[in-house]
Ligand binder design. Sequence first.
Ligand SMILES: Nc1ncnc2c1ncn2[C@@H]1O[C@H](COP(=O)(O)OP(=O)(O)OP(=O)(O)O)[C@@H](O)[C@H]1O
Length: 227
Amino acid sequence: MIELLNVRKNIGRKEILKGVNLTVEKKEVMVIVGPSGSGKSTLLRCVNRLTEITSGDIRINKVSIKDLDPISLRRIVGMVFQSPVMFEGSVRENITYGLRFSENDINTWETAEELAREVGIEHLLEEDANKLSGGEQQRVAIARTLALKPEILLLDEPTASLDPESAKKIENLVLNLVRSRELTVLWVTHDAEQAKRVGDRVAVLKDGRIVAIEEPKKIVWGEIYVR
Ligand SMILES: Nc1ncnc2c1ncn2[C@@H]1O[C@H](COP(=O)(O)OP(=O)(O)OP(=O)(O)O)[C@@H](O)[C@H]1O
């Protein structure tokens, strides 16, 4: 479903990704781990063209992302970040934010209710989104992403800014959504225990190169965060 073929990414004179090859199967959760600065976020950002690759190719369902316009691409590929960004307004407005650009005739009222229920914030729909807790805001961000019915989800440390209890709840929520919506996932985390819980496979990125792709139980975890 997602193929990275010899992907290189330079920023200025620095080579951040040095020929990354990675295939993610449909409905697979591929976790990406690696030391700070190894290029994990950059890799995710390349997949939905928040940043352009320097060479190589990225294909989604066999189509090069260069041949998809960024808007169509971002309908297929949703992204959730470490720190959720709330727009001014209610939770309802935040959840349906992306739907205003939709070509289809969608009942945004009902859609917001359904999505809010799905992520457990139906009681907060009319609240000011900026006044919610971090965990609640992450639920809003997830609902807003799901509103566009993506097939692929990019998760850039979605639980890293939360307290352990909220983090576990969001992790479970995301896993349930991934299964119920049959999503294909690239999930960046620095938490080895989380990687073991959520990953079908784990890709280890070191200094811009993938050095291992294995099932979690086969990964030598002790060596990953050593530079
Ligand atoms: N816009 C940019 N300009 C210059 N350098 C950048 C830019 N974005 C990323 N980098 C550099 O690219 C390298 C990889 O960054 P990236 O954020 O992808 O790493 P990461 O593995 O996600 O790190 P972390 O785990 O700390 O989030 C780092 O050395 C970073 O400083």
